[in-house]
Design a protein around this ligand. Structure first.
Ligand SMILES: C[S@@+](CC[C@H](N)C(=O)[O-])C[C@H]1O[C@@H](n2cnc3c(N)ncnc32)[C@H](O)[C@@H]1O
Length: 212
């Protein structure tokens, strides 16, 4: 297994990347993500938590009536999310925090959304388990991320990329969060892959009988 950076190095990496993130992601978003942000935000309603909100690129796409909380690990990314929230005129409870140990109560949200971040959070299983914990029974988990591609040649390239990106930034290319979501006992209602299988959209529901 390739070893990722320490917590401190990871925070420094995202803090340093914050001011260039929007510019750098914009092109990749147009090519790979298409309307993924709009799609994800349309699925969210009520009390909504966005995990690893980054610079708040999803903020313009939420319905006006959602009550939004955003958690982010990097203070510099969070600062840009605050600027964006004010620019788009949206009230958001923005908090510094760790997706792997959310400082939020059980069963507090109707929807939990996470885009392009389960690839970057060191322990994706703990993060998904935390997302489940904070969801209300019958609440919705909405994910959009880049995942293990379908053709073997894509997976070889992704494997090579990870030799650099995991030690540098804990950035994974060969994860399949949907499998973890299923293993956590959430009910997958929708999953769709596009772009050689690299982009995956998932909607899953927390079963009514569980509370954590
Ligand atoms: C590729 S960016 C995606 C940002 C945003 N979700 C988006 O769609 O543009 C990954 C983000 O995950 C955040 N992150 C990494 N590890 C985290 C953790 N343990 N808890 C919360 N956020 C984390 C990084 O700080 C960064 O903002």
């Amino acid at each position: 297994m390739i070893k990722g950076p320490s917590r401190e190095r990871l925070r420094r990496y995202w803090d340093k990347s914050a001011r260039s993130y929007d510019r750098e992601i914009a092109f990749l978003e147009r090519v790979f993500l298409e309307d993924g942000r709009e799609w994800a935000c349309r699925q969210a309603s009520g009390d909504v938590l966005e995990v690893a909100i980054g610079t708040g690129r999803n903020l313009p796409f939420y319905r006006p009536d959602v009550r939004l909380t955003g958690v982010e690990f990097s203070p510099a990314m969070l600062e840009i999310a605050r600027e964006r929230a004010s620019a788009v005129g949206r009230q958001v409870d923005l908090r510094l925090g760790d997706a792997q140990a959310l400082d939020l109560p059980d069963a507090a949200f109707d929807s939990v959304l996470c885009t392009l971040s389960l690839c970057a959070i060191p322990d994706e299983r703990r993060a998904i388990s935390e997302m489940k914990r904070v969801l209300r029974p019958a609440g919705r988990l909405v994910l959009v991320d880049h995942v293990d591609g379908s053709p073997a040649w894509v997976r070889v390239i992704q494997w090579l990329l990870e030799l650099i990106t995991i030690p540098l930034a804990a950035e994974h290319f060969r994860r399949r969060p949907v499998r973890v979501v299923q293993a956590e006992g959430l009910i997958v209602e929708f999953s769709q892959r596009s772009k050689l299988g690299i982009i995956e959209r998932v909607i899953a529901r927390k079963p009514i009988e569980t509370t954590t």
